[in-house]
Design a protein around this ligand. Structure first.
Ligand SMILES: [Zn+2]
Length: 352
């Protein structure tokens, strides 16, 4: 696995709807794989040069967007009011660094400020923060200065955090949901270069998942896949569940879910994937989720129905500035994706 590329992909900013930097980087990295295109939603489609027309199309999906914010207004004193994009818990937002994208596409540093404890009343100290009282300080004192820096209403804002490695085993950083999925697809397409398959995998890097699976909805209509495999950075539960109850623990392999709030996983495809994992000796974990959803929720309902599975890399503290994940789990997701593409053919797919 190319670790420097992994870091680059995670560090790039790409709030929902503003995934440009991620999409262009991935397109450049994958130009040897085959022809690619980008639609108006900023979905990126990467086809293999080895593709045989007539082979069943396997959509390899990962979303490029991350949770972030948008400039709502700039106060006369230069402080920025903002609105969250994607699912945030307000208490995770204050006292962190962010990067505000300016009109020319560059990013400037900001701090999410709030009232210092010295000025808080006793009741204010114990109250949960509310988004309306938070603001971003970019180090200016007037609206005019903010304007001169190119900050405008509607500009996207991303969490600022750079990926760090711990012993080439554990990674800390932002946007693992779902840049780890993007990395998995990049690695799979590269590993399969020149190989003859019985299916036609297409890498789809979809936009706007965090605001309701929007890019994937369009991508599935465009591509009309026969089956789909969604690669996700999926929330880990091992920091709060007891050992006998956890289903998505770091270091235990990719997680395959039977159900979540938007999909009952095609049981035949799921069984096939678990059998392939066993055959190739790839450790996996399975989960029954009551909440959460992935792009598979949209893809499996497209066209005449698309059998879909989710391969999730466990990510601790998703939707915050700092997540923790295991490179072994990511390797497992890549290995399982490759194995599935080798084992899938039209007969197997017809049985789903
Ligand atoms: Zn995600």
């Amino acid at each position: 696995m190319d670790l420097q590329r992994l870091k680059r992909i995670c560090d790039l900013g790409g709030v929902s709807g503003f995934e440009d930097d991620v999409v262009l980087y991935l397109q450049e990295e994958l130009k040897k794989i085959g022809p690619s295109s980008i639609d108006s939603m900023l979905n990126l489609y990467v086809h293999r040069t080895e593709a045989n027309a007539g082979d069943p199309v396997v959509m390899l999906d990962a979303h490029t967007d991350e949770v972030g914010f948008m400039v709502r207004l700039i106060r006369p004193n230069g402080l920025i009011e903002f609105t969250p994009v994607g699912g945030w818990v307000t208490s995770n937002i204050p006292a962190h660094q962010v990067l505000v994208r300016t009109v020319d596409g560059t990013y400037i540093t900001g701090i999410v400020g709030s009232k210092p404890p010295h000025y808080m009343s006793e009741s204010e100290r114990t109250q949960a923060p509310v988004i309306e009282n938070l603001y971003i300080d970019i180090g200016v004192s007037s609206r005019r200065e903010a304007d001169e820096l190119g900050v405008r209403t509607g500009n996207p804002i991303v969490p600022r955090a750079e990926l760090e490695f711990k012993d080439d085993e554990i990674i800390f950083g932002k946007a693992f949901d779902d840049r780890l999925g993007c990395v998995a697809i990049v690695e799979i397409l590269e590993a399969l270069r020149g190989e003859t398959l019985s299916v036609n995998p297409v890498g789809v890097f979809s936009s706007q998942e965090e605001v309701g699976l929007r890019g994937a909805q369009v991508a599935a209509h465009t591509l009309k896949p026969d089956v789909a495999i969604c690669f996700e950075g999926t929330p880990a539960d091992d920091t709060f569940e007891s050992a006998d109850r956890r289903q998505t623990a770091l270091g235990m392999g990719p997680m395959l879910r039977y159900i979540d709030s938007k999909m009952i996983t095609n049981p035949r495809f799921q069984r096939f994937a678990l059998e392939v994992a066993k055959k190739y000796d790839i450790p996996v974990q399975t989960a029954v989720r009551t909440g959460g959803a992935t792009n598979a929720g949209a893809i499996h309902l497209s066209g005449g129905g698309v059998p879909s599975i989710v391969i999730g890399v466990p990510v601790r503290y998703a939707h915050t500035h700092y997540s923790v994940a295991s490179l072994a789990d990511l390797q497992g997701a890549i290995a399982l994706g490759r194995a599935l593409l080798k084992e899938l053919d039209s007969e197997v797919i017809a049985s789903f």
